[in-house]
Design a protein around this ligand. Sequence first.
Ligand code: ADP
Length: 495
Amino acid sequence: MTAKYLLAIDQGTSSSRSVIYDHDARVVASEQQEFPQIYPQPGWVEHDPEAIWASVTSVTRGVLEKAGAVASDVSAVGITNQRETTVIWDRETGEPVYNAIVWQDRRTADFCQSLKNDGLETAVAEKTGLRLDPYFSGTKIAWILDNVDGVRARAEAGKLAFGTIDCFLLWRLTGGRVHATDATNASRTLLFNIHTQTWDDDLLDMFGVPRALLPDVRDCAADYGVATDDSLGGDVPICGIAGDQQAALIGQAGFAPGMTKSTYGTGCFVVANTGDEALLSRNHLLSTVAMRIEGKVTYGLEGSVFVAGSAMQWLRDELRVIDSAPASEAIARRTGVVEDVYVVPAFAGLGAPYWDPDARGAVLGLTRGSGRDDLVTATLQSVAFQTVDLIAAMSEDGIRPSVIRVDGGMVANDWFLQFLADVLEIPVERPENVESTVLGAAYLAGFQAGIVDSPDAISDLWQRDALFEPAMDAAQRERLLQGWNDAVRRIRTDG
Ligand code: ADP
């Protein structure tokens, strides 16, 4: 029997998914499982690596069963993952020495601040494209080395391994034979020089991380070894890895410079392809490896806002003004654009381009006549306004997309996408398959396995479901953006 499927694993922040595709990138079966979040103290977020592993093996076996397939039906496996989340484990036993410290975890804020006080931020940004922020892996590794008994000595003796989640899963899938990661995940650690594509000794010194901990860094489409019997019930080559936002750009066929995708799930992540140039943002955006394929590095400019779809969950679960997130669409449609009420959903501070962690959310402009419908519509509008701020920052850095490809759960909402196109003044395209992240992982695996010929073939497979053209008159757009800017100004804590 010849293999006819690709299997993609998407290990996300709140759930793990496995999807089986046929060789034409059509979904055959999909399986998803949530796993527990651990909050040991305010500002700390951990995952149990064993729970992650158990959820991945369970959805992978589950999806094979659903598709009526066995390991030998699968040509190749691709992996995409929540980025930056940090695991350190014993090379001998495979056992983690501590829980995974999740990207959202803020415990290393003081360490980051002390490095900033030492004037190191510019040097770090020049090498890594990142900011000195607890978000990234570097200070999380240092925390484990400094706070778990005996770990630093074991790390220096070469007995331990560090990995982001892709790397940890790869280790487990290959039965401990392969310790490797891809260039996109490496580019989120603060230890990787994105220009030379190597682990950087100065950065390793700065964060106090022994080189012996680090994985080999490979292209996104590469030979990553073979998943063994124990994990998949048979040998299957692992051929692709990329961090979730980069995988989404690949799933959206964002291969040409200027191509931009915006993902609307819990939060919103925009990544623009900047070609072979790593821009040093002057507007608090990140430069990152967007993909590395056949040895060629493509860079990306990235901005994120923390609250997008989760604002809908807030309306549903806390305010209880809607029954479900999709219900927001009918409400906005009958209400129409709201010009006087502004919701600023800065529940966890403001992300790019403001980076104001102490700001908090607000509702402004209420009058006696303001009601639920205004609030719901204004909340949807706030997600679009935050995207406008990100794209404005990108434009100032020299990247002005001519069209934006959107994906994620929230893009089922047509009213939202029309409003987004209107306030951005940029056309918005929604693909047939809005699950771009996991699709991107499948494409990488398919490319390496010789099933997908080239990035061009991926571009050909990309199909548009809907196009939203800007249609709002300029005066109204101006008034709305003015209102939004005023609202943001009023909640900022940093002047
Ligand atoms: P994640 O991958 O971050 O878990 P998803 O891509 O699955 O997120 O998107 C889910 C989010 O999208 C939820 O926060 C939900 O509130 C929001 N959402 C889903 N459908 C709609 C809709 N029709 N309108 C607005 N928001 C929606």
